[in-house]
Design a protein around this ligand. Structure first.
Ligand code: GLU
Length: 493
């Protein structure tokens, strides 16, 4: 049974690199009929951010990463519930489990108590630094006698438990990076249990991946150098290690590691700025992995089907935000109109107050269908709305086509007014019909398109750039269209 997990620490927002890891773990589990787990790694209490766990599971849910086990949003979207029989899924709720495993390592002489003070360790590091040695615990406490240890423990002396790295070398076989050999002499006697009784990441990750029956660990490249320690722990415990696949870092355009500035990397922020979950998933999933060379747009189902863990690029993937904009615009153009209208209505009402769309849904729907092709992000709609409320105080010169003059603009608009005034409201029900009528008028009277349509478009929009006059007249209907035409004519006379 394939079992993957995503194991974030609740230290802040969900980074797009984290999202990519979660997506790959999800794709891999799904395509193999396996299960995916969400585990919260909260062993570093100092770095924990309040509310981060809730935000994290909400964001994963929003992004459609439907893992099978772990913390999920509770009923009615309140709180969190634990799903699955390999829990608890929060590391701070598993302390007795780690304690038990550490005791085993102590008994079997794979680990030892260390009573070194903070000051001593700082001094040791200073000396190592000065003599250009690798910073590493000097095993000061490795050979304490059983009596000394007992006396110190009885006296409640602060202490940690360290793993006793054996001699030899450790071979990592990574799905993405291949085979790597690490000399054990380079490895530190890693702290496994901290003085506050919490495990370190290294102990907890191994114990949990084993007990939760994880088969494949997908995680960021930053953890590759820790993997030898993890493999040694597996060996000490007598457990079969998981398969490891480390995922290369995401890179900024300058090929440096992606900034940590929240705006650039937080999934929540991308969503708030109006990127669609499906566009962001498509973008992030194809960073450093593309199933086909001639395709850019993939649905979640396709990604699940086509994802290939062995084809993840080893080089870091450059994040190109322009491509994200392009993808998002494309998703906006192609998504189901009713759904887009619903999503935008929520956004607009939350920004502009309720009642902005309510009762005027038909009109809002028309605005959306006219504007969707011009939006890069959902939020762009907010800048486009004022034009539909009123044409604003545009300058009279804007009404004049570059190859015409004021008098001509006035005449052309008067003709259009005469053409539209006798029409029924129902004649405004289709863009095509309006377009056909105006074009017949232009051709029948041997007029030039620019001379008629430019002033008409400006009269309706008050803008230099806008959708076509046919689309605008369709959105406005007869009354509003005529009103705007008359306002323009007043400006011209
Ligand atoms: N808690 C670690 C992190 O947030 C996860 C590392 C792992 O997946 O093993 O980066």
């Amino acid at each position: 049974m394939i079992r993957t997990r995503f194991a974030p620490s609740p230290t802040g927002f969900l980074h797009i690199g984290g999202l990519r890891t979660a997506l790959y773990a999800y794709f891999f589990a799904r395509q193999n009929g396996g299960k995916m787990i969400l585990r919260i790694e909260d062993t570093d209490k100092e770095r924990e951010v309040e509310g981060a766990v809730g935000a994290l599971i909400k964001t994963l849910h929003h992004m459609g990463v439907e893992y099978d086990e772990g913390l999920k949003i509770g009923p009615n979207h309140l709180g969190a519930v634990s799903i699955g029989d390999h829990g608890p899924y929060v590391q701070s709720e598993r302390l007795p489990i780690y304690r038990e495993q550490v005791d085993r390592l102590l008994v079997e002489d794979h680990a030892y108590h260390c009573f070194c003070t903070f000051e001593r360790l700082a001094e040791m590091r200073e000396i190592q630094k000065r003599s250009k040695q690798q910073p590493k615990y000097d095993r000061h406490c490795l050979n304490l006698s059983a009596e000394t240890i007992k006396a110190k423990l009885d006296a409640n002396e602060p202490h940690v438990v360290r793993m006793k790295i054996p001699e030899g070398e450790t071979v990592v076989e990574d799905v993405v990076y291949g085979r790597m050999v690490f000399p054990n002499a380079d490895l530190d006697d890693q702290v496994l249990l901290k003085s506050d009784g919490y495990p370190t990441y290294h102990l907890a990750v191994v114990v949990d991946d084993h007990l939760m029956e994880v088969s494949h660990v997908l995680r960021g490249e930053d953890w590759l150098s820790s993997t030898p320690k993890h493999l040694i722990l597996y060996k000490m415990f007598g457990w079969t290690p998981t398969v490891f696949a480390h995922l290369p870092n995401l890179l900024a355009e300058n090929k440096k590691k992606l900034s940590k500035r929240q705006n650039d990397v937080a999934v929540e922020d991308f969503l708030n700025r109006g990127y669609l979950p499906e566009a962001l998933n498509n973008f992030v999933a194809t960073l450093g992995f593309n199933p086909k060379s001639d395709q850019e747009i993939y649905s979640m189902d396709e990604l699940i089907r086509l994802f290939d863990l062995t084809k993840v690029n080893r080089g870091g993937a450059v994040v190109n935000y322009e491509k994200l904009d392009w993808m998002n615009a494309r998703y906006l153009r192609e998504m189901d109109l009713d759904r887009l209208v619903r999503v935008l209505a929520v956004l607009v009402e939350s920004e502009r107050g309720s009642g902005f769309v309510e009762g005027k849904t038909e009109r809002f729907q028309r605005i959306v269908s006219v504007e969707r092709g011009r939006l890069t992000r959902l939020n762009d709609i907010l800048e486009r709305l004022p034009m539909y409320e009123d044409a604003g105080d545009y300058s009279v010169d804007l009404l004049v086509w570059k190859k015409a003059d004021r008098e001509d603009a006035k005449l052309r608009l008067e003709e259009v007014l005469a053409l539209l005034e006798p029409l029924e409201e129902s004649n405004f029900a289709s863009v095509d019909q309006l377009e056909a009528r105006l074009k017949t008028h232009i051709e029948g009277n041997r007029l030039s398109t620019g001379n008629v349509l430019w002033p008409l478009r400006v009269a309706l929009s008050g803008q230099k750039n806008s959708p076509s006059p046919f689309e605008l007249a369709w959105v406005f209907g007869k009354i509003e269209t005529l009103k705007r035409l008359k306002t323009a004519l007043k400006k011209l006379s």
